[in-house]
Design a binder for this molecule. Sequence first.
Ligand SMILES: *[C@@H]1O[C@H](CO)[C@@H](O)[C@H](O)[C@H]1NC(C)=O
Ligand SMILES: *[C@@H]1O[C@H](CO)[C@@H](O)[C@H](O)[C@H]1NC(C)=O
Ligand SMILES: *[C@@H]1O[C@H](CO)[C@@H](O)[C@H](O)[C@H]1NC(C)=O
Ligand SMILES: *[C@@H]1O[C@H](CO)[C@@H](O)[C@H](O)[C@H]1NC(C)=O
Length: 497
Amino acid sequence: MGRCVLLFLLLGFLMSGVAIPLPPALRALSNVRLSTSFTSLPSGDMEHSIRYVQQKVDHFGFKTDRTFKQRYLIADKHWKRDGGSILFYTGNEGDIVWICNNTGFMWDVAEELKAMLVFAEHRYYGKSLPFGANSFKDSKHMNFLTSEQALADFAQLIRHLKRTNPGADNQPVIAVGGSYGGMLAAWLRMKYPHMVVGALAASAPIWQFEDIVPCGVFMKIVTTDFRKNDPDCSESIRRSWDAMNRFSRTGAGLRWLSEALQLCTPLTSSQDVQHLKDWISETWVNLAVVDYPYEANFLQPLPAWPVKEACQYLKNPGVSDTQLLQNIFQALNVYYNYSGQAICLNMSETSTSSMGHLSWSYQACTEMVVPFCSNGFDDMFEPHTWDLKKFSDDCFNLWGVKPRPSWITTMYGGKNINSHTNIIFSNGDLDPWSGGGVTKNITDTLVAITIREAAHHLDLRANNAFDPMSVQLARSLEVKYMKQWIRDFYSSLRKKH
Ligand SMILES: *[C@@H]1O[C@H](CO)[C@@H](O)[C@H](O)[C@H]1NC(C)=O
Ligand SMILES: *[C@@H]1O[C@H](CO)[C@@H](O)[C@H](O)[C@H]1NC(C)=O
Ligand SMILES: *[C@@H]1O[C@H](CO)[C@@H](O)[C@H](O)[C@H]1NC(C)=O
Ligand SMILES: *[C@@H]1O[C@H](CO)[C@@H](O)[C@H](O)[C@H]1NC(C)=O
């Protein structure tokens, strides 16, 4: 598979404007009170029940009545039947328990919003498999994996929740999601406005399709993250590709490279070296995506500010090839061996197995076609053009399907979304995915929040003592909008009666 498919896999999530100045929204916030419920949670206090709901495999055709069980998590400790609300996480490409574990924000605000928390798993991920173990077998079984079907599952689940939880029927539902889940939250509000009163779409690159944004923006932001730590760091990485190419010319060179990088499987061909370079590129990308200010385990267990940690080994781009690649090895170890448990570095692994790599590859090959490119000048990567024909051929070989790159724009509007209301688009400026996100206000109720010093949906993570003030302010602003939506819901309800 070409590099670009792999890339979106691992990037399965998560982008921010480089040097986007603190938006006036945040500056104006200095007088907004920080939410009182932002005390840190004792770990393990994410008590929830696991439930299942019967869903149609195909919401849009009538030929089959087949159903499957969709998993969802529910927590109602702080929920109030009187004047409460429902926060509904629109699950993305992974196990919903893993996603829940990384979405502390909802737990932190549950009490303040008197909210029931619901985390809905996306079909074809985790335990929500339409055809059980056969779900990934071929394109016939994968055929029902689309964002439209997923949104329909969410809408049906909301109806189900309202029927089965007395008191919930007359309550406002707010969609929340990060990354692809953030796109789904925004799209749920756009397509089912009668079901959710608003949406928090965190780090949702809804414009990373077709040529709405330049294909190079993503890699450029990754590079800026490394260069901001130290220009010698991005320069070391830029020079490392040619160093690897020089070693790849001889058998002895390949052996040296395999040993120096302690690879589990030795390199034997130039094709393997291409794979190695793709895997290393993905590693730098992932480090930028999860460059959080404290120790965390989202894609991998990592130290605080992992880009800075990796860059401490990459301070001297002018050294010999052997020294440069030994330094690269040290930097890779920050990502792959923070635990100290790695015996060797495994090029088949880039991130947590809680992510559904297989299903995401199918989505990337059908609807979710995200063009990536690099030029080696504005970024620290080897030049790669975006080649739709090759991408399509690779997809056909892998899945027997061809991508429809313009469908998402047709379905969800691209830049023409002004007629919608009540969506918050939040983006961290360190997040490579912010490049395809909404970072400017569109209307009074389609608002952008840009968070300085924040990586991929940091705002959805639990409150932490090491959080920069920018993310604390962003969260309070998000809660302020949510409260407004809830108030509007109840006041229009009162008018009806
Ligand atoms: C977005 O709109 C809100 C509400 O009107 C405003 O407070 C804020 O300054 C705007 N943000 C940006 C990024 O312009
Ligand atoms: C979620 O967190 C719980 C409690 O810390 C942990 O036991 C569990 O393994 C985590 N699950 C996933 C899939 O990350
Ligand atoms: C991982 O770290 C441990 C402890 O520092 C070290 O012994 C081991 O060699 C490292 N593994 C790799 C693959 O570098
Ligand atoms: C490398 O990772 C793959 C995929 O997780 C796994 O199947 C394989 O056993 C691993 N290889 C080694 C040597 O650990």
